[in-house]
Design a protein around this ligand. Sequence first.
Ligand code: FAD
Length: 387
Amino acid sequence: MSQLLEAFRLAQLPDAAEAFRAEVRDFLATNLAPAAPAVRARTWMGFDAAFSRRLAQRGWVGITLPAAYGGAGLDAFRRFVLVEEMLAAGAPVAAHWIADRQSGPLINKFGTEVQKDFYLPRICRGEAFFCIGMSEPNAGSDLASVRTRAARVDGGWRLTGRKIWTTNAQRSHYMIALVRTSGAPEDRHGGLSQLIVDLSLPGIQVRPIVDLTGDAHFSEVTFDDVFLQDDALIGDEGSGWMQVNAELAFERSGPERLYSSVVLLDTWLQSLRKSGFTPADAVLLGGFTTQLATLRSLSIAVTTKLARGESPVVEAALVKDIGTEFEQAIPAAIEAAVAADPARGVEVDADLHRTIAYLSQISPTFSLRGGTREILRGMIARGLGLR
Ligand SMILES: Cc1cc2nc3c(=O)[nH]c(=O)nc-3n(C[C@H](O)[C@H](O)[C@H](O)COP(=O)(O)OP(=O)(O)OC[C@H]3O[C@@H](n4cnc5c(N)ncnc54)[C@H](O)[C@@H]3O)c2cc1C
């Protein structure tokens, strides 16, 4: 236990990263069109290619990628600040998000020189949007049982199978797919590889799925004997499992696992400033602020490890688990606080209610996407030597 706590020494961002914050705020003040809170609350689900390209022109897509490939070559702390400010402002980051956070760094780490030369500059210019094809209809938590298969043929691969819940597949240029290149699902982690799939190829069908809120942000993707060139393979054949796990530490620990409901918190605060607040409101607000400060510190501690090149998988799982719990508690508690005083509720603007409604419907997904609560707790238990 003490070893795990040791991994979370309270952390602070370096001064250079804090100085960068002013530049980000300036950029957002001039480049982010005003939007209603319920729109801003979508932030990392909000897809706006034009915004992503403006960010790319500023040099902040692929912010941690090397300058040789068009990246900004900045450290993980500055990326933390950039992400934190964009989510707090409710910027629509979805178009470039996955390439910036995961696919670009993955290609940079495991790709060949040819792959890096081709994909990374396009990512950094905001011209190549990526999605992640891990989950399948019968393989979500249990990724080792994926059935989508790529068979070796002359000059490349033939890909057949189906992915589901793929965020923004319908609007992305490429998918990094986890597929079986040898063996059977019973072989578990052995025989899995990652392939870069150009989603415009013949034999690929992308069917958007509408969620409870009416948004279609993810898709089902079917591959029917799709031919991929040899160089679709990223990293080593059979190393897909190891590569995916390295990627998940990036996916699970960032500010996005704390800030999904922050636009609502802010909207509620502004509403309270107009209507006045009760002692119960103040206690709730104080509680959220304290939790956010602590969680943020934990997230920075994980970023520190990522910046050192470590792979803090267990710490990232812990931050995601308690971070998403916090994000889910906010809409439930604010809805209850507003409902507790109906007379005041009538006065507050419709924007607050729309934002509560959106987040109440979407927040159950926070503890599913990127790995469910039960799976993360299993990993934490293993990290503590309990399994
Ligand atoms: C908004 C959103 C976006 C997503 N985007 C993507 C994406 O871009 N790419 C992608 O590949 N996937 C994506 N997903 C899919 C997501 O990763 C899966 O939904 C998730 O991993 C769970 O898999 P599943 O839905 O198959 O549920 P299952 O794995 O069937 O799980 C069902 C329930 O059983 C529990 N459970 C399963 N196994 C165990 C176990 N061993 N011990 C204890 N409990 C267990 C789970 O915790 C869960 O509560 C997205 C999902 C959402 C909601």
